[in-house]
Write a protein that binds this ligand. Structure first.
Ligand SMILES: CC(=O)N[C@H]1[C@@H](OP(=O)(O)OP(=O)(O)OC[C@H]2O[C@@H](n3ccc(=O)[nH]c3=O)[C@H](O)[C@@H]2O)O[C@H](CO)[C@@H](O)[C@@H]1O
Length: 356
């Protein structure tokens, strides 16, 4: 039997790596060789290093910004260098297919694959496609989507609605282990706060200011983002961690309700685990508005409440979190109606048929 080889790319933030982390074990189990091209210093390098049998190549990359910045002058040269590096790596490694999850590092890799005539499958987990994917889609043979509505933004033809891909290990958490990790006694419900993979300064400030209102009702676990811990804030009912990896399943297992940004991977993970959510989406100024539409779609489905950042204060945050907990059964009922499907298998089959 000829061994197939798949190349993955995607990075810049964990949201552009999570789907790859869920898919890679399936390809390895099926006997494929797996390689990954990411940036030399991005979060993807660290996340992919937790997987065995995956060869990682780092390339130079620049960010695709929509605002003025000195780096806008240097970055076209970095991107051009990245395209050249990706082209040469792909010519040498000869993968049968490229799976691209987006994020700025993926653009040079998609171009390098296209120049080598390697079939390309793209994955878009937000409701509206990001800039890197919009640039890449014309070069791809197929685009997998998470939200059914995304096809309306892409035109039909290449689009394949797969549904959410959620890492299997997230379902294997243990609430007792989570409580032991945090040093929490049982009793009070647990509120998990997650500001996306990079943290969210505004949410961090509001949650810390709201602690006197929140901790009589909840034990609060706060995933605050790298470099954003504030050790001056202490309470026996409050724990903060910058970023967790292997502990996340246990923390989710003990969680009753969530306050979160509206990054697509996070919210589909909370949906899969039936965690009622209060979403504070990034504003249109902070991002391209993708989280606003993600959150609105979830609100329409009855899975979450939305608190706009402009309206977020310690008081509104605490009041909305308590209301969410009181109504938790109603949100869970709506979530139970969601058909999770088996997106992982359907994407695996699509990629297998796209491979040379
Ligand atoms: C600032 C920004 O550009 N955000 C984008 C980024 O978000 P971001 O990178 O935050 O992406 P997501 O919310 O989609 O995913 C975050 C991932 O990190 C994991 N996690 C998080 C915290 C932690 O401590 N441990 C951990 O493992 C979550 O379980 C999840 O799998 O990509 C998303 C997917 O394209 C977009 O919707 C977001 O708009």
């Amino acid at each position: 039997m000829v061994t197939k080889k798949i190349l993955f790319t995607g990075g810049g933030s964990a949201g552009h790596v999570t789907v790859n982390l869920a898919l890679i074990p399936r390809f390895l189990e099926e006997g494929w060789k797996v390689e990954y091209i990411g940036s030399t210093g991005g979060i993807e390098r660290q996340l992919v290093s937790s997987l065995r049998d995956v060869r990682y190549y780092g390339i130079e990359t620049g960010k695709l910004r929509r605002y003025l910045d000195w780096n806008n002058v240097k970055d076209p040269f970095r991107i051009a260098k990245g395209v050249w590096q990706a082209y040469r790596l792909i010519r040498k490694e000869r993968p049968d297919v490229l799976f691209s999850k987006g994020g700025f590092v993926s653009v040079p890799v998609v171009l390098g694959a296209w120049m080598n005539r390697v079939p390309i499958v793209i994955h878009e987990s937000d409701l509206t496609p990001g800039l890197a994917n919009r640039i890449s889609i014309p070069f791809a043979g197929a685009v997998c989507t998470t939200f059914p509505e995304t096809g309306d933004h892409l035109g039909k033809g290449k689009v394949h609605h797969a549904g959410p891909i959620v890492r299997e290990e997230l379902r294997r958490g243990n609430a007792e282990r989570g409580r032991t990790f945090c040093g929490f006694a049982g009793g009070k419900p647990v509120l998990l706060v997650m500001g996306g993979s990079l943290g969210a300064r505004k949410i961090n400030e509001a949650v810390r200011a709201a602690l006197p209102l929140l901790t009589p009702a909840f034990q609060v676990v706060h995933l605050c983002g790298k470099g954003q811990r504030d050790d001056s804030v202490r309470s026996p009912h409050y724990r903060q961690y910058e970023y967790v990896q292997e502990e996340l399943p246990d923390l989710l297992a003990m969680t009753d309700v969530v306050v979160s940004r509206a990054g697509s991977n996070s919210i589909f993970e909370f949906l899969a685990l039936r965690k009622p959510m209060l979403l504070v989406p990034l504003t249109r100024q902070q991002s391209r508005g993708d989280q606003l539409v993600n959150a609105e779609s979830f609100r329409r489905s009855g899975f979450c409440e939305v608190l706009f950042e402009e309206k977020m204060t310690a008081e509104t945050l605490a009041a909305e979190a308590k209301r969410l907990y009181e109504n938790r059964h109603a949100y869970k009922r709506e979530m139970d109606r969601f058909d999770q499907g088996d997106a992982l298998s359907s994407v695996f089959e699509l990629v297998r048929s796209a491979a040379k």
